[in-house]
Design a protein around this ligand. Structure first.
Ligand SMILES: NC(=O)c1ccc[n+]([C@@H]2O[C@H](COP(=O)([O-])OP(=O)(O)OC[C@H]3O[C@@H](n4cnc5c(N)ncnc54)[C@H](O)[C@@H]3O)[C@@H](O)[C@H]2O)c1
Ligand SMILES: O=C(O)C(=O)C[C@]1(C(=O)O)C=C[C@@H](O)C=C1
Length: 316
């Protein structure tokens, strides 16, 4: 059987995710040639300085020439412009992909810009609150899901090749419909970020609690919210606008549940509170038992430093 590995990978966008892919490719697929481009000249200069890829191109068009895999690693609101900049430069048969956190809108933007291309949208469900080429690390995708959302009729060979690529980077690959992806991620990722942004904003707005106290007493649960609320503003603005429908549906349901809790507290309904908290505790323990508690920001670096593997880490 012919070797289906990609020879040359072009990364458009060299921030957290683009630079993590570059580092992971260097580590796990060292024979793969890497090209890169970023719209920001400072990022291009930094990428060249640290040798992130073999060649940093001045334009997206130049970066993709001859590449058999092109991955757009830009904010979802910039996917259309980034893809348009590569039109007319793609190698015949190249597989086109992306890493956007929402999929329906991004898939449509890629298809509109590159109507004849073989497109396999993807979302590695792994990240941190940090941005830029220095924030990436090779182990980011290890043990994490990467969801592929090819439209019906996509060449199965292209889907299989991209799936093998992400598996080589350590990810667990799942294929699903883009609309389903957007609904699932609205619940598991987008709503939690919205809640974190809200709670940190509310806390700093409450006049009786000074900002100093917010910082001083944020060692507990609030600290986890502040980490999430430090996530990239451009990236998250784009995600909420692009996954509007699913986020609004999820938010409606969440608001109703929040009102029920508000009423339970007002009515001294301890049973309702206790039952919910018992159910959610079991959910958390199930996640830990499945070995999926890898969302800690330092997890990748711990792995690199030879810290205990995930299964050996105990729930505190
Ligand atoms: N950060 C995460 O946790 C995470 C996780 C999974 C997926 N994603 C998705 O990955 C993508 C990139 O996110 P990131 O965290 O790497 O962001 P980042 O800000 O670290 O990097 C994005 C880079 O894209 C560049 N860029 C913007 N517009 C461009 C254009 N038109 N052409 C070329 N370069 C352009 C920026 O200059 C920047 O360097 C987003 O779509 C995001 O939704 C992010
Ligand atoms: O751990 C974090 O910092 C993240 O928020 C990562 C996270 C997530 O919600 O799980 C954020 C957005 C991406 O699309 C994928 C991963």
């Amino acid at each position: 059987m012919a070797d289906s590995r990609f020879n040359t990978v072009a990364l458009i966008g060299l921030g957290l995710i683009g630079s993590s892919i570059a580092r992971a490719v260097r580590e796990t697929l060292p024979e793969t040639a890497l090209r890169g481009h970023d719209a920001d000249p400072a990022v291009r200069a930094r990428a060249a300085e640290i040798g992130l890829v073999d060649a940093v191109a001045e334009t997206a068009g130049a970066a993709v020439e001859g590449a058999d895999l092109v991955i757009f690693c830009v904010p979802v609101g910039a996917m259309a412009a980034a893809a348009e900049a590569t039109a007319g430069h793609l190698a015949p048969g190249a597989v086109i992909s992306d890493v956007g956190s929402s999929k329906s809108g991004v898939a449509a933007a890629l298809r509109h810009a590159l109507s004849d291309a073989t497109i396999v949208p993807a979302h590695p469900v792994a990240g941190t609150e940090n941005s830029g080429p220095d924030a990436g690390f090779a182990s980011l995708f290890r043990g994490r899901w990467c969801i592929l959302t090819p439209e019906e009729g996509t060449d199965p060979g292209a889907v299989a090749r991209l799936s093998a690529f992400w598996s080589a980077l350590g990810a667990r690959v799942e294929v699903m419909d883009a609309a389903h992806h957007d609904l699932v991620l609205a619940v598991t990722s987008h709503l939690p970020h919205l809640i974190a942004y809200t709670i940190v904003g509310t806390a700093s707005d409450i006049e009786r609690v000074t900002e100093g106290e917010v910082i001083k007493y944020s060692a507990g649960g609030f600290r986890d919210f502040t980490r999430i609320a430090a996530s990239n503003p451009t990236m998250w603005r784009d995600i909420f606008l692009s996954n509007k429908q699913a986020v609004l549906e999820t938010l409606q349901r969440f608001s109703e549940d929040l009102f029920l809790l508000q009423r339970a507290i007002r009515d001294d309904d301890g049973e309702t509170l206790f039952n919910l908290f018992t159910r959610t505790r079991a959910i958390r323990r199930g996640i830990v038992e499945q070995g999926q508690d890898v969302a800690r920001p330092d997890f990748g670096r711990q792995m690199e430093a030879g810290a205990p593997a995930r299964d050996e880490q105990k729930e505190p």
